[in-house]
Design a protein. Structure first.
Length: 306
């Protein structure tokens, strides 16, 4: 592995990076409550102010940016940076938002379905049919926490539904390079689960004792938690890892697990960009940095833009 290169610093808990063809990187700043663009020279431009807690982000088939808004956190601020510590006092619920990148207009697309309110939408990935999978991690409070789930929505606003429930703190989400398998990382357990996809918004579920129909791909020992993820062209699941800060790379069959250390215990997300998708962009959130490094394999190409 090559050394990391700092793209910019001073971000307010960055997450959800998207590498764009022009060399810039879209990302959210959760504490700042914005969708921001980082130019190749490190300049940061605010694209839109969302309020709440913008978290995961992805480009849809219409070229707009779709955001998992977790509704907001309370924050601990210390000499080493800022970190979330629970549900915001002014929390009003989670939502899926759509942002026009040209105008910065933010519209709320979904807040829930079938009597179930979105609590803390976290990470998002689009499929080739123009729909998107996303996790709802839920929110934590002083003496209780929500049970999360995995949802599917259509970009045109016509459908959103909960597909998998319950999942304990579902966070990162991604698709295999052929689009046939869905991966979800659980934060608190440090595990990655998989489901075979039966169709848009449909998965094949394993019977009991699977807690939710998924098959366990891998778990890690010790006190290290899983955050957001991306998949590379070889099908490896690259999971941002907290406290043992870095990227945990898991082979599709779960037999090989490698850890690539990063200089931040809140390493929260990864995406791939550059002409050959061999540049990994990584958010180091406690220190407020976006960094890049050369990756040994190309990333898997995302569904949109084509």
């Amino acid at each position: 592995m090559t050394a990391i290169r700092e793209i910019t610093k001073g971000l307010r808990f960055p997450e959800g990076p998207i590498a764009l063809p022009d060399g810039s990187v879209l990302l959210v700043e959760i504490e700042r409550q914005t969708l921001s663009r980082v130019l190749a020279d490190g300049t940061v431009q605010v694209v839109a102010s969302t309020g709440g807690g913008p978290n995961g982000a992805a480009i849809g088939p219409d070229g707009k940016c779709y955001i998992c808004n977790n509704g907001g956190f309370e924050w601990h601020r210390g000499p080493d940076g800022m970190r979330p510590i629970g549900q915001a006092n002014d929390y009003k619920g989670g939502r899926i938002e759509r942002v026009d990148l040209a105008t910065g207009k933010v519209e709320v697309l979904y807040t829930g379905a079938d009597g179930v309110q979105l609590k803390g939408p976290n990470d998002i990935v689009f499929d080739n049919q123009g729909g998107f999978w996303f996790t709802d991690l839920g929110k934590s409070r002083a003496r209780e926490m929500d049970r999360g789930g995995v949802w599917y929505g259509k970009a045109d606003g016509s459908l959103v539904k909960e597909v998998i429930h319950p999942v304990l703190t579902p966070n990162g989400i991604g698709l295999s390079p052929d689009g046939g398998r869905l991966y979800v990382a659980e934060t608190q357990t440090g595990r990655v689960w998989a489901w075979d996809i039966a169709g848009p918004g449909e998965v094949k579920k394993r019977p009991f004792p699977s807690p939710h129909g998924g098959v366990l791909i891998a778990g890690v020992p010790g006190y290290q938690l899983f955050d957001s993820l991306a998949v590379d062209s070889a099908g490896n699941i690259c999971v941002a890892t907290l406290f043992n800060g870095g990227i945990t790379v898991i082979s599709p069959d779960g037999r090989t697990v490698e850890h690539i250390p990063m200089p931040d215990i809140y390493t929260t997300n990864i995406c791939f960009g550059g002409p050959d998708l061999r540049t990994a962009y990584i958010t180091l959130s406690l220190g407020g940095r976006l960094v890049a490094m050369d990756w040994p394999r190309p990333g898997a190409r995302l569904a949109w833009p084509k």
